[in-house]
Design a protein around this ligand. Structure first.
Ligand code: PAF
Length: 332
């Protein structure tokens, strides 16, 4: 018998009750994905997380609902990754800041002056070298789905303009908790101060550090122009990002749902890279308008920094195979 709006009486009541019950159980079956990231919803991370959600929701008939925790709402990046490991957080987008503490091989991409430009970096990350490193996250109870990106990192500070390595001497520069970056700035004679991101703005305001370094995507979206006077376009290192989910989430999913998360991650990376492409051209103008004093290292000045950081390479070669580094450099 076909049920229509005209049906009334006990049968209609039963069908209505069954409908409500089915609706409730469908809602209960919906799994919440807590996604944490360090920056604002309008940042490259926010844009990527939105896209990830959109694709997953569309491809799984809404069986997953994303709950966003932007602006370090679930803590610093290290804490969030640990949250994924113990299964209290389902997804994240993070920088490479603390990733080498989990999978040391990721640190190779943090070596200064390794990548020529964004295309070079993207080709390496999307190619065999990058994909092999993603697979290593399986060994530490994490599922790394894709490499994202932030752009090339530049130095901001409140002390002085920077044109030569001597200008960073003794500069209290916040770095990520990343041994490769710390070694680079120590070698340059700065005073690197590793610090989790949630403490950075207040430390800059209080003057306990002079500066920090991040790509234009972060400098603009975190409104660093409000707390920093000088920006030097140093492009000293490429800054990758990574999209990860918890092993618990992954193990509990069907192959079809896993595919939806993978496709979502691929689309999220496209959105993130488009954001970075845009901010790399529009960011400087915006920051100038916001009052920052901006200088760009000339090719010769950049070469002087590259020269000054050379002794750090000896340490990098102890940790990372020189053949791998050469292979990265040789990638088109
Ligand atoms: O500098 C950092 O710690 C990272 O680049 C940031 C801002 C948290 C984005 O991942």
């Amino acid at each position: 018998m076909k049920f229509s709006a005209r049906n009334t009486g006990p049968l209609a009541a039963l069908v209505t009750a069954l409908g409500i019950f089915a609706g409730v159980s469908a809602a209960q079956a919906q799994q919440e994905i807590k996604i944490g990231y360090a920056l604002a919803p309008t940042s490259h991370y926010g844009v990527a997380a939105e896209k990830w959600q959109e694709v997953v929701e569309a491809n799984t008939d809404g069986r997953y609902s994303f709950r966003h925790f932007p602006s370090s709402g679930l803590g610093g990046e290290r804490e969030v990754i640990e949250g994924l490991q113990i299964g209290t957080i389902e997804a994240t987008i993070v920088s490479s800041g603390t990733l080498s503490n989990f999978v040391p091989e990721t640190g190779v991409f943090d070596i200064p002056f390794l990548f020529r430009d964004l295309t070079h970096a993207r080709n390496v990350l999307d190619g065999e070298i990058g994909q092999n490193i993603l697979a290593k996250f399986d060994d530490v109870g994490l599922v790394a789905l894709a490499w994202g990106e932030q752009g090339f990192r530049h130095i901001t500070n409140n002390r002085n303009t920077i044109g030569k390595p001597d200008d960073v001497a003794g500069l209290k520069l916040r770095t990520m908790e990343n041994p490769i970056h710390i070694t680079a700035f120590e070698t340059l004679g700065a005073a690197p101060t590793p610090m989790a991101w949630p403490e950075v703005i207040s430390s800059l305001q209080q003057g306990t550090i002079d500066g920090q370094e991040n790509p234009l995507s972060v400098i603009t979206s975190a409104k660093l122009s409000e707390v920093q006077k000088y920006l030097t376009l140093s492009g000293h290192v490429y800054s990758p990002a990574m999209l990860l989910v918890s092993r618990q989430l992954w193990d509990g999913m069907s192959d079809e749902d896993r595919k939806a998360f993978e496709e979502g991650a691929t689309e999220a990376v496209k959105a993130m890279r488009a954001y970075v492409d845009n901010v790399e051209t529009s960011g400087v103008k915006q920051l100038k308008e916001e009052g920052m004093e901006i200088g760009e290292l000339t090719a010769e000045q950049k070469a002087a920094f590259q020269q000054a950081v050379q002794p750090a390479y000896e340490k990098y070669y102890e940790q990372y195979d020189k053949a791998l580094i050469d292979q990265i450099i040789a990638t088109e």
